[in-house]
Design a protein around this ligand. Sequence first.
Ligand SMILES: NC(=O)c1ccc[n+]([C@@H]2O[C@H](COP(=O)([O-])OP(=O)(O)OC[C@H]3O[C@@H](n4cnc5c(N)ncnc54)[C@H](OP(=O)(O)O)[C@@H]3O)[C@@H](O)[C@H]2O)c1
Length: 283
Amino acid sequence: MKIISAVKQKLKKKLVRTIYTAAKPYEIHVGDQPKLAGKTAVVTGGSGAIGRAVCVRLAAEGACVYVGGRREESVMKVVNEIRGLGLQAEPLIVDVTSADSIDAAFDGVFPARGLDVLVCCAGGGARSAMQELAKQSVEVLDSVLTTNLRGTMLCSRKAAQVMTPQKSGRIILISSAVGVQGKANYSEYAAAKAGILGFAKSLALELGAHGVTVNCVTPGFLQRGEYDDLKAESLKKTNCLHTIGELEDAANAVCFLASDEAKFITGQSLGVDGGRTLGLYGD
Ligand SMILES: NC(=O)c1ccc[n+]([C@@H]2O[C@H](COP(=O)([O-])OP(=O)(O)OC[C@H]3O[C@@H](n4cnc5c(N)ncnc54)[C@H](OP(=O)(O)O)[C@@H]3O)[C@@H](O)[C@H]2O)c1
């Protein structure tokens, strides 16, 4: 995927940055006071589609963003893109299925700088290996649960160890509309994402007294690439706004939950799904 980036800065009343994705340009509006100035944020899965949008968004709000991922090349692509915009980013090479890898990655950085925001975005469904449960391999079941649910728990555990003594922090977990409603042939993914919703509520109860909030962003289908008209029309029918969600829609929700504006919100799930989980469609 070729990513072309460009910055336009209008220093009138607001600062406007225009960033071109493979699919289309998008604009980030940053107020006079960036919402996350001086903050440190980690985004696991920061090299992926949603993760990249989240990283750019948090960096545009003034945070120093650690872009997480296993593959250095894709991590550095996002890091360099953000640095190229004059914003702050660092690589965080980490495999969220390994507690040792998480310890090594976090311990290398955060005892010194602290950690203000953790976004757990690493994961995804089995995609081409999706299957009825009876025919699904144990390897795929384990892999999807381990990456999405256990990986989220391990990273949150590590963040809690840093955030509890500092008496502040934001943990934001990326679940899915599939975890809310279920989806045939995606049972392991639905289980992992529903697990994240329960985990977030429990952790919010644990960490509230320490000044740490825990919330979920729950996207419906978001555009990750180009689609033909037929596919686009069928995707539009999956939500009540009859449109296709964009990666920035999820990034905006994460940014809100990371900001001071959300300081009294914890244990919640913010659906970014065009109303997909509200009711029945197509009948
Ligand atoms: N796209 C959607 O429509 C949608 C809808 C609802 C929810 N979501 C959720 O949003 C999140 C991001 O989705 P996406 O569409 O942006 O996926 P994506 O483009 O495939 O990105 C996945 C990211 O996770 C990282 N990752 C995967 N396994 C990992 C591991 N073991 N350790 C560390 N990093 C790992 C990948 O980096 P490496 O491969 O380099 O490790 C990559 O950065 C996922 O949790 C997904 O379930 C997506």
